[in-house]
Design a protein around this ligand. Structure first.
Ligand code: CUA
Length: 383
């Protein structure tokens, strides 16, 4: 957790975001449970419910300081995620009933047949080879599993069936150790870590189809409020789609262990109105601005090793190992969510990336104090 405490402000690291998600989910379940219990006539249940609420409510208060968005699967905003919640509720319902039946019978057995004073201590009559009982405990579970299997298969096929149309936005997601590259091939945009999508309203359905590829090892792309989890595998192309119906920023995280900075692979999807999205596209398509006062830094950037890993459109820098920096300052974080994108953090990142993200594949460039200032000043113009 070195990274999150060493930078200004409450940076949403992947781990933090997911802890908050777990808290949110527990809170959601507890709230529903306590509402149910409060309505119960039995006074002992009502007392239990208010005790439970008093334990859990401070958790809600504490949450307000944390990240504003939490990736709860119980708060979907996109078509596949709605379907997944529906299915999850169905499975939770069936398994909940199984739990109640099994735990209920267990408790009944324990209480009804407990040892009493005056028991002879003899073993009760044993039942051997009852065909009825054996059939019952084989057939019933097989039927339950078959129902769960068929319902799940129906949901999977319904989600897979969606085909892209002419209006579909296509984005290629490339997992890297340890950041996300987003390419919009039809729009000529390349960016990193912060996905921008248009909202889909019933009048203009605009789903986004994602093509998932990896540059190195297996990663997994997961923004719980938008869709299910899909692995990002080297030499294999996976496809998925999302159709967000609400504007806002939704956080996600690499969900497959991929090395030292697996937890430092935060991603966000910001869903914009159609107009805002068009504005963002126009701004991203523009070449990097050239500002006279940043000329020295620009030359340094081109002459140093920076340009062999990073692209800045409209300059000689055309490397593809690291993130495209053409509009670096339009992004709110550095290093895939490990630090806020402030001038101080940016300078520190160029000086020694490992101080913010240990294991980062970008080397420390060993620049002099002045050169560091110049390169940072140049990067700050890349809006
Ligand atoms: Cu990439 Cu875990």
């Amino acid at each position: 957790m070195i990274n999150t405490h060493s930078v200004d402000g409450p940076v949403v690291s992947g781990a933090n975001a997911f802890m908050a998600g777990a808290t949110e989910t527990i809170h959601w379940l507890a709230q529903r449970l306590s509402h149910r219990l409060m309505r119960c006539r039995q006074p002992q249940f009502a007392a239990g419910a208010s005790a439970l609420a008093s334990i859990l409510l401070p958790v809600v208060g504490a949450r307000a300081d944390g990240p504003a968005q939490t990736p709860s699967i119980f708060a979907p905003v996109s078509t596949p995620a709605f379907a997944i919640r529906e299915l999850a509720m169905f499975v939770l319902g069936i398994t909940g009933i199984i739990f109640l039946v099994v735990a209920g019978l267990g408790a009944y057995g324990l209480i009804r047949f407990r040892r009493r004073r005056g028991d002879s201590g003899q073993e009760p009559p044993q039942v051997y080879g009852s065909r009825q009982i054996e059939l019952a405990w084989t057939v019933v579970p097989v039927l339950i599993v078959a129902v769960l299997f068929l319902v799940t298969a129906r949901y999977i096929f319904a989600i897979e069936q969606r085909v892209p149309s002419a209006d579909t936005l296509e984005v290629t997601v490339i997992g890297h150790q340890w950041w996300w590259e987003f390419r919009y091939p039809r729009l000529g945009i390349v960016t990193a870590n912060e996905l921008r999508l248009p909202v889909s309203d019933p009048a203009h359905p605009t789903p986004t189809f994602l093509t998932l590829q990896s540059a190195d090892v297996i990663h997994s792309f997961w923004i719980p409020q938008l869709a299910g989890k899909t692995d990002v595998i080297p030499n294999k192309t996976n496809r998925m789609w999302v159709e967000p119906q609400q504007t806002g920023t939704y956080v996600g995280q690499c969900a497959e262990y991929c090395g030292l900075q697996h937890a430092g692979m935060l991603l966000t999807a910001t869903v914009l109105t159609r107009d805002d999205f068009a504005r963002w596209v126009a701004a991203q398509q523009a070449p990097a601005p050239e500002e006279a006062q940043a000329l020295r830094g620009r030359e340094l950037f081109a002459s140093l090793a920076c340009s062999s890993c990073h692209t800045v459109k409209g300059t000689s820098a055309n490397g593809v190992f690291g993130p495209d920096l053409t509009h670096l300052m339009s992004r709110s974080t550095l290093g895939s969510g490990v630090a806020r994108n402030t001038p101080e953090n940016l300078r520190r990142w160029v000086e020694d990336p490992a101080s913010l993200k240990p294991g980062s594949l970008m080397p420390a460039m060993q620049l002099s104090h002045d050169d560091l200032d110049r390169v940072t000043a140049y990067l700050l113009t890349l809006r």
